[in-house]
Design a protein around this ligand. Sequence first.
Ligand SMILES: NC(=O)c1ccc[n+]([C@@H]2O[C@H](COP(=O)([O-])OP(=O)(O)OC[C@H]3O[C@@H](n4cnc5c(N)ncnc54)[C@H](OP(=O)(O)O)[C@@H]3O)[C@@H](O)[C@H]2O)c1
Length: 315
Amino acid sequence: MFGKKKPIPQIDKDQLELIENAQRRIKQKKRLYIHFVIFLIGAIFLIIANTVLGIGKEFTILGKEWFLFAILLWLFFFIYHLFNVFVTQKFMGKSWEKQQLEKLVAKQQKRIDKLKAGFIKEETLIAQSEIYNETNPNPDSYRDQNTTPKSSKSELTIIVAAAENDAIGLGNKLIWHLSDDLKRFKALTNGHHIIMGRKTFESFPKPLPNRTHVVITRQSDYKVPKGVIVVHNLEDAIDAAKNDSKPFIIGGGQIYKQAMALADKIELTRVHHDFEADTYFPKIDTSIWKETANIFHEKDAEHDYEFSFLTYEKK
Ligand SMILES: NC(=O)c1ccc[n+]([C@@H]2O[C@H](COP(=O)([O-])OP(=O)(O)OC[C@H]3O[C@@H](n4cnc5c(N)ncnc54)[C@H](OP(=O)(O)O)[C@@H]3O)[C@@H](O)[C@H]2O)c1
């Protein structure tokens, strides 16, 4: 941006290590070669000293001339040197130690990464829950906090997952599977009344555990499992949940449309993608609703789409 810098040629750490290693090996071999030459000259010198110059001629060990033992001893040292250069230094030298250390470190790192991956997931959920608790002082927000006193006014919350084009369903089914969104839905609605249209109720294989289901239908003889409350309009549904400090409107399209005017809050999962659908969430009028929380969730192995947890509260 502000003029180009001349690139300085650089050798990376691995290349530098290779060069240093090669230099060390050359030095070791050079020293061995010098040792060999000195050994040869020395051996010849010892033979001449004894046989030609007659040095220590009368000194023998086990009936043999002393220079033979001197040369043998030296040969032994030379072989030891040879062994050191070609076996010990080559296979078990500093670089061998380093390789072993690197292998061990890599193994440990793999284990740490595995543990980290598990923690990150847990941390994300805890962090989200904390942000929600901060932005929403209601005792029932995200994770129930039994220690805080309950507010006497009930807070009607719409909970929905909608695409960028507001798509929410197709063929009376959800369009996507986002496990962290389902986890959040479960955490938020746990222990509360969930108000829904008859079609949404029928899209469940069975009633969800630990929640009071309130189903809205125009049918006067609509049969439901024990514990499920049936009402015939939205106002009666809200009335049926009047003792709950935080009842939820959980859909679908028809019920969301009618509930927008009555709700205090929207917990929206915005899926960052457009989908073909037959059911849509109504447009959120930002002159009425203000965004109070926004948590982005990346696409990953378990989630095919990016999405954000958004909270809106009535101004
Ligand atoms: N993405 C999400 O978060 C989400 C959440 C929930 C649902 N969904 C999707 O939404 C779709 C279902 O939505 P939907 O709009 O087709 O149906 P719905 O809103 O779930 O239910 C519609 C039914 O509710 C009853 N109803 C509606 N208004 C009423 C009123 N004022 N008084 C009495 N009864 C009333 C009627 O039942 P009767 O016909 O029996 O009279 C009506 O047919 C599905 O695809 C589902 O998967 C998505």
